[in-house]
Write a protein that binds this ligand. Structure first.
Ligand code: BGC
Length: 809
């Protein structure tokens, strides 16, 4: 069952009923000011950091799930009836409803009692504000008088504090209304140089800035007293809950259309600004007023919207493909690339499943997100790499997360996830492959943001490898620390007295548990670093030797006979082996070892992949491990705390699936690689939206596994490494358009029944027009000249077009 359809022409997903199984959301903003917005206008906004600079309030885990947002009300004074044109929060029986989620904008349109409404929301490029544009048409035979009310609830900046520290915060709220603009200027402790504003293009009939005055005591947003009554009370909040609401009265002749603009924004005073009078924020208002005036004008909004569309045309123009499979094209050309931008910006901080409070930028997560983003805006990828590297510790280890606003390692979670440092090598390798910009390796970057500790980025990469080599366990495999990629495999939680954990997940760093996954990741990273060394004329043989040695250790202690083992626990017991009663085979080492090249020559890789097909593959994707753990095991930690079939305990953890697609491509099995790709492709799952439940236009982190009663149900959409890795799997390995250190390679491993495909790829300033076709013999021509089909394409002059024809048999 579908709840909408794709409009590929306009690059939109069109939702045709408001009550989707879960909120189907979109993101506003691409640079500094961001918001999440649902198909019924739910969600919130923030500046740079969803925790520390939250503009509007949102209550998570609410009922209904999606409640609180950028709401508008229309009221007909003739009947006293009022409704929300975006369905929430009044939930009217709309005659028509349509939500179009596009590239960084959302439009929600509806019709009720012959009043047609369309609200467009977007963040103009380069601005720290969002525009709401309401377009109203009177389709009645007679004139219509209407009241329009807006509503946002302000957050007192630090969302964590806002949600908990009421004894203080009920006394701190401050607002000011000047010339119809509502300024929210509550100070967050020491800060005195920023505020939010909410403005409307029309003369106001009234306003409210105190939530209680707008809603009325004992009421919620479904029937605010001001709307019911048809008049605001011009309330000014003193403490309690600052709120923003405008009231506008309009009259529409039959057939007449009117537009009303709203602007919600953030303003930060320049550091050296002088206040006049001292202590006031008057100067800010002088500075922000022209900005507000500009964005309340329709021509500016039209122009801003056009610029946003052009921006996305340009970004998506980096790679466009035309394959025999429409759902592949749709994801590669539009939605997967779009999701990559969102994961790059948000890491794992802000969605309807990530609170914006709990998690900042993940060290491992952000490095992986680069894989899908770097070709779009390499300069931002570079900046991100340098930010991440600056949080690395002098030991080569890493804070697991850092806060986007401060860019400092986050002590809440700390360090000790032993896979983290190796991801930095893979992130930097992706940047170098895309850009060829080796100067990044010389960039001076501190450790732990400590001035005076600056070293070239290359030194950081060396320390990343060294970190693993300095921490090998009894079998010569890397120590896992608190966990590796699988956060929930906490193998150093052991108990001296059965039933009583001596170590917990939080302090599980000291043990001797080892990870075969990190071993595979090490082989991959060491080979990448050797390639980078060769590129810049540095010695790299020791990295190759270390990779070789680690491969040997994997063969000796990490191979189980038909697949790669997962780990050894604190007691030296094997995890992910046929000798285990549960958790016999895990997906992660099969993918990572084969990606590192382990077992590809001697055939063990192919054996491992056959085991995955036999034991882990389901029609909804590949399960993380089998058999699921049926009870909690202290020696395994959190993984065994999930019910069977969910999350890391035998869920389909989608992030890992593309590793298997890549592995299948590496061993030359295009049918299997593409088959896995289709199983979790959200567009291909659109028709089963009642089962999948999450948005059909973006990947979700998890689909419930076959042990779960809800097998096939997705959760945690949007912010997942699944986006970047799937993009890499389909574009670089299945379609085979692969940036390498020395240039672009075209090496497709496509399904046997595909006649070929075409693609346009921007690479290092040149445009490659690629055609892959079938023929009797493999051949490659570049601008009509035959070259070896195994060659990397010769680097072309920036600004030129290159015609590439590859014939595969
Ligand atoms: C985290 C990843 C982690 C994955 C598997 C996700 O929630 O963001 O860093 O690799 O879970 O545990």
């Amino acid at each position: 069952m579908r709840f909408g359809h794709f409009d590929d022409e306009r690059r939109e997903y069109v939702i045709d009923r408001p009550d989707t199984p879960l909120p189907w959301i979109n993101y506003l903003g691409t640079e500094a000011y961001f918001g999440i917005i649902s198909n019924t206008a739910g969600g919130y906004s923030f500046y740079r950091d969803a925790r520390l600079r939250r503009l509007t309030r949102y209550r998570y885990n609410n009922a209904p799930f999606d409640f609180g947002g950028r709401y508008l009300y229309l009221r007909d004074p003739g009947t006293g009836e009022f409704w929300s044109p975006t369905w929430q929060p009044t939930q009217p029986e709309l005659d028509e409803y349509e939500c179009r989620h596009g590239m960084s904008y959302t439009q929600i349109a509806s019709s009720y009692r012959n009043i047609r409404a369309r609200v467009s929301y977007f963040v103009p490029l380069g601005e720290t504000l969002e525009v709401w544009r309401l377009r109203l048409t009177n389709e009645r035979a007679e004139a219509a008088e209407l009241s329009v009310f807006s509503s946002v609830e302000f957050c007192l900046w630090d969302a964590q504090d806002d949600a908990t520290n009421f004894q203080r915060n009920f006394s701190t709220g401050q607002v000011e209304v000047v010339d119809g603009v509502i300024y929210h200027k509550t100070e967050y402790r020491e800060r005195r140089d920023h505020f939010a504003y909410f403005a409307c293009s029309e003369p106001l009939a009234g306003f409210d800035t105190a939530r209680e005055s707008f809603l009325g005591p004992y009421r919620s947003w479904d029937r605010p007293i001001a709307v019911e009554r048809g008049s605001s009370s011009d309330s000014v909040a003193h403490g309690w809950q600052p709120h923003g609401s405008h009231h506008v009265r309009i009259a529409l002749q039959p057939g007449e259309t009117r537009e009303i603009g709203f602007v919600l924004g953030y303003w930060e005073n320049p550091r050296d600004a002088k206040f006049d009078p001292p202590g006031s924020q008057t100067i800010n208002k002088h500075m922000v007023r022209p900005v507000i005036a500009r964005w309340l004008r329709q021509d500016t909004v039209d122009e801003g919207f056009r610029a946003l569309r052009e921006h996305w045309d340009n970004l998506l123009g980096g790679l466009q493909v035309s394959t025999p499979d429409g759902e592949t094209d749709r994801m590669v050309n539009i939605w997967n690339a779009y999701q990559n931008m969102v994961t790059f910006n948000m890491s794992r901080s802000t969605s309807f499943y990530e609170s914006g409070i709990g998690r900042g930028m993940g060290f491992r997560d952000s490095n992986q997100d680069l894989l899908g983003f770097v070709h779009m805006i390499p300069e931002r990828a570079k900046e991100r790499i340098l930010d991440i590297a600056a949080t690395q510790l002098a030991t080569g280890g890493a804070y697991h997360q850092y806060q986007p606003l401060t860019k400092r390692g986050n002590n809440d979670i700390g360090s000790g996830f032993n896979d983290d440092p190796l991801w930095l090598i893979l992130g930097v390798a992706a940047y170098l492959k895309e850009t060829g910009d080796t100067s990044i390796l010389e960039a001076l970057v501190p450790y732990d943001n400590d001035p005076g500790t600056e070293q070239p980025l290359y030194d950081h990469l060396q320390r990343s490898l060294r970190y693993t080599l300095d921490r090998l366990g009894p079998h010569g495999l890397p120590l896992i620390g608190r966990a590796d990629w699988n956060d929930c495999l906490n193998l150093n939680c052991f108990s001296e007295t059965p039933g009583e954990p001596f170590q917990t997940t939080e302090n599980a760093t000291g043990g001797v548990a080892e990870s075969v996954f990190i071993a595979g990741q090490f082989v991959l990273a060491a080979r990448e670093l050797a390639g980078i060394a060769a590129l810049v004329g540095r010695p790299g043989q020791e990295y190759l030797d270390a990779a070789e040695k680690m491969s040997g250790t994997i063969a000796e202690h990490g191979w189980d006979g038909a697949w790669f083992r997962r780990a050894y626990d604190f007691h030296g017991n094997v995890v992910g082996s046929a000798s285990n009663d549960e958790g016999q085979i895990f997906i992660e080492p099969q993918g990572m070892c084969v990606m590192g090249g382990v077992g590809v020559e001697d055939g063990t890789a192919a054996t491992a992949l056959a085991s995955v097909r036999e034991r882990l593959a389901t029609p909804h994707g590949i399960i993380l491990q089998q058999p699921a753990y049926s009870s909690y095991r202290v020696e395994l930690g959190e993984i065994s705390s999930y019910p069977p079939g969910y999350k890391e305990n035998a869920g389909i953890f989608c992030h890992t699936n593309p590793w298997l697609m890549i592995a299948e491509a590496i061993v030359g099995n295009g049918d299997a690689a593409f088959d896995y790709y289709k199983r979790i492709n959200p567009a291909a799952r659109e028709a089963i939206s009642e089962v999948h439940r999450c948005e059909p236009y973006v990947y979700a982190q998890m689909i419930a596994g076959r042990d779960a009663p809800t097998h096939g149900e997705a959760k945690n959409s949007w912010l997942t490494g699944t986006a970047a890795w799937n993009y890499a799997a389909i574009t670089q390995w299945i379609l085979g358009i692969r940036p390498e250190l020395t240039g672009l390679r075209v090496a497709p491993v496509i399904p046997a029944d595909w006649p070929g495909f075409t693609a346009v790829r921007r690479f290092r300033g040149a445009t490659y027009r690629i055609e892959v076709r079938r023929g009797d013999e493999r051949s490659l021509t570049v601008d009509g000249v035959a070259v070896s089909p195994d060659a990397v394409l010769p680097l072309a002059q920036a600004g030129t077009d290159v015609e590439v024809i590859l014939t595969v048999s």
